[in-house]
Design a protein around this ligand. Structure first.
Ligand code: ZN
Length: 264
């Protein structure tokens, strides 16, 4: 892994995880880069109408960038957007799913630690989510399971996480704090969520088949709601902070099926 020294200039490719205003005209942009993991860079003047950066550092864009290592924050000196995701601008469910994904990744990753597999998973997810006919929630579940697995937090989906018994379908629940499914005997004391048999099967399928499998799924409203609740609760317990985009997704996505693309 490359080590960056103070004042050295580096090139990287990254996804914009978040942006925050600084002073009158600047922004701190947090990128998840392929080469160096998460890095925070100051984009000077990027809130001025004449800024050359502004169109290239939209939230979730994939960007080729040049930065200079600073004492606390790096300085962005060049940015060229490589991929933008038009669906996220007008589809709140897709936007919230992208937000949920980057919040989870932000919570799991450390500054400056390269995670090329997580980077590939994130960019594949964003591209798939940008397809207007794609159902955001199975895709988000696939990305969440992948990222959790890469960080050593894959939820247990086959054996009770308390007593170890094999799960009998239908006599089970999901307990975020114990790290996965629980049998009905153990479900009472462990703040568990109900999880229908279809949702458990969907989770197992997605855990096995990943993003490609999830892209073929059309979850029914109940499965979608249970996936949302279980994964949000589990991710929140892993990263030890609330995922605010999950609430937006809940409001935007509750009961609604993805709309077909215009003209499709
Ligand atoms: Zn048990």
């Amino acid at each position: 892994m490359a080590i960056l020294q103070r004042s050295s200039t580096y090139k990287a490719e990254g996804v914009v995880l978040s942006r925050r205003d600084l002073g009158d005209a600047d922004r701190i942009v947090t990128f998840f880069t392929r080469e160096f993991g998460r890095r925070r860079l100051v984009a000077r003047g990027c809130r001025r109408p004449t800024s050359q950066f502004a169109p290239h550092i939209e939230l979730f864009s994939r960007v080729r960038l040049v930065g200079v290592v600073g004492a606390n924050l790096d300085v962005l000196t060049q940015a060229q957007s490589l991929e933008t995701y038009p669906r996220f601008r007008d589809d709140l469910t897709a936007f919230a799913a992208a937000g949920w994904a980057v919040e989870l990744l932000d919570g799991l990753s450390e500054d400056g630690e390269a995670e090329p597999d997580a980077y590939s998973a994130l960019t594949a997810f964003l591209s798939a989510l940008n397809q207007r006919t794609a159902d955001p929630e199975p895709l988000l579940s696939a990305l969440a399971l992948n990222l959790l697995d890469q960080h050593g937090y894959a939820p247990e989906l086959w054996r009770c996480t308390v007593c170890g018994a094999a799960i009998q379908p239908g006599a089970h629940a999901f307990a975020p704090r114990t790290g996965g499914v629980v049998c009905s005997d153990c479900s009472h004391d462990n703040a568990s969520h109900s999880l229908g048999i279809d949702t458990l099967k969907t989770l197992r399928f997605i855990a096995h088949d990943g993003l490609a499998g999830a892209a073929r799924l059309r979850a029914d409203p109940r499965t979608r709601a249970e996936l949302r609740t279980a994964l949000r609760a589990y991710a929140t317990s892993v990263v030890e902070r609330d995922i605010s985009s999950a609430h937006i997704l809940e409001r935007a996505g509750a009961g609604s099926a993805p709309r077909p693309a215009p003209g499709a």
